[in-house]
Design a protein around this ligand. Structure first.
Ligand code: PLP
Length: 385
């Protein structure tokens, strides 16, 4: 098959299964309203859970940073790209989350990929929750180690895999809050199982950091566990972009030697590090707590109202509240009808989620008003009968 035939066949297959992905250029994609082409929709799709992407203190920190450092970092952190702003943010994060060290990455995808690629060797076993994010599963499957996946959030299944023979080291991999289901991993049980078997644990808390746990410290703080590797990202509750890996002193030094995404890639702009620092300051403050309380109230209001819908809610108490539809076409049609009625909600289909579980992935934010949630519920009741 030629290159052209391969591309045409792949696109035709996506079209036939109603899973062709596309993008929409927006005028504004964060905040209460999504705006494009002169129209606006109530926004139930962004991961800006605390609305910090628009917060004046975060925006002005980025502006101050740009004035002080310029807009780019000018190189890899190993050359000239590691500034005092990066160092300050790493120290702030380590202190906040109770780890000896934090290392910044340009994205959560890069952080997950870098850590797994740098650690895994051929006689190791990576044991991941089946619903782990693409960045984790892709890195694990591309690594020379053996990848085994356990049934979602099933600690007994994990324990069975931990008894399988392995000549090297074992690393258990999971998310704190699952991005497509919104449910939380039983982190205390998972960590105990991993440690009993002498394995390490890596937790990607992209959707938990800033939003849940005491002071917004995330899923691990809530479970009162500190895994060997914790990944937090800044594109969701922090409202910015980028990520950090929290770990021990020697592991951070090891990653500085062997994590190729750190060595061979331009560091995040210092101004961005300053914006993330400002976001962290808010998250850790009383204002952050007020935003989390407001978000929790929205979540309760939505779940109460959605309980009577003919669509299935997931076991989620977080800002991610998917409604499982099942069929791809039906999910697309519901998303389209919501859009026609003024609500921006995305239909998530395979391969992002398992076949037969297409869904409306609704996300709530502190920026919503109660009336937004009530209006959404009313329309959902109308169109899902
Ligand atoms: C669980 C999880 N991990 C990692 C990532 C990737 O993070 P980033 O967007 O910073 O690359 C995402 C983003 O969608 C995610 O949901």
């Amino acid at each position: 098959m030629s290159w052209q035939q391969r591309i045409d066949t792949a696109l035709a297959a996506r079209r036939a299964s109603q899973t062709l992905r596309g993008r929409n250029a927006v005028t504004q994609g964060c905040g209460r309203w999504l705006e494009r082409e002169g129209q606006r929709w109530r926004n139930f799709s962004s991961n800006d859970y605390l609305a910090l992407s628009q917060h004046p203190a975060v925006v002005s920190a980025w502006q101050d940073g740009a004035r002080r450092y310029g807009v780019g970092s000018g190189g890899s952190g190993h050359i000239t790209g590691y500034s005092e702003a990066h160092q300050h943010l790493e120290q702030q994060l380590a202190l906040w989350l109770g780890y000896p060290r934090a290392l910044l990455f340009i994205s959560g995808f890069a952080a997950n990929h870098a850590v797994i690629s740098a650690l895994a060797q051929s006689d190791d076993m990576l044991i991941a929750d089946r619903l782990s994010h693409a960045s984790l599963l892709e890195a694990a499957s591309q690594s020379p180690a053996q990848l085994r996946r356990f049934a979602h959030n099933d600690t007994a299944a994990l324990q069975r895999l931990l008894t399988k023979p392995c000549c090297g080291q074992r690393l258990v991999i999971t998310e704190g809050v699952f991005s497509m289901d919104g449910d939380s991993a039983p982190l205390a049980d998972i960590m105990d199982a991993a440690h009993q078997a002498g394995a390490w644990l890596m937790v990607d808390d992209a959707h938990g950091a800033g939003v849940i746990g005491e002071g917004g410290r995330g899923s691990c703080a809530q479970a009162q566990r500190r895994p060997e590797l914790l990944v937090v990202t800044f594109g969701k509750a922090f409202g910015v972009s980028g990520a950090a890996v929290l770990c021990s002193e020697p592991l951070a030094d090891y990653l500085l030697q062997f994590a190729r995404h750190l060595i061979y890639s331009t560091a995040m702009p210092p101004a961005q590090a300053m914006a993330v620092s400002a976001a962290l300051k808010i998250i850790a403050s009383d204002e952050g707590e007020r935003l989390r309380v407001r978000l929790r109230r929205h979540i309760e209001r939505f779940r109460q109202g959605a309980g009577e819908l003919p669509l299935q809610l997931t076991d989620s108490s977080t800002a991610i509240q998917p409604l499982i539809v099942g069929d791809n076409e039906a999910a697309l049609s519901l998303a389209q009808r919501l859009r026609e009625r003024g609500f921006w909600v995305n239909a998530i289909r395979p391969p992002t989620v398992p076949p037969g579980t297409a869904r409306l992935r609704l996300t709530l934010s502190a920026v919503h008003q109660e009336e937004d949630i009530d209006a959404l519920l009313e329309v959902l009741h109308g169109i899902s009968k």
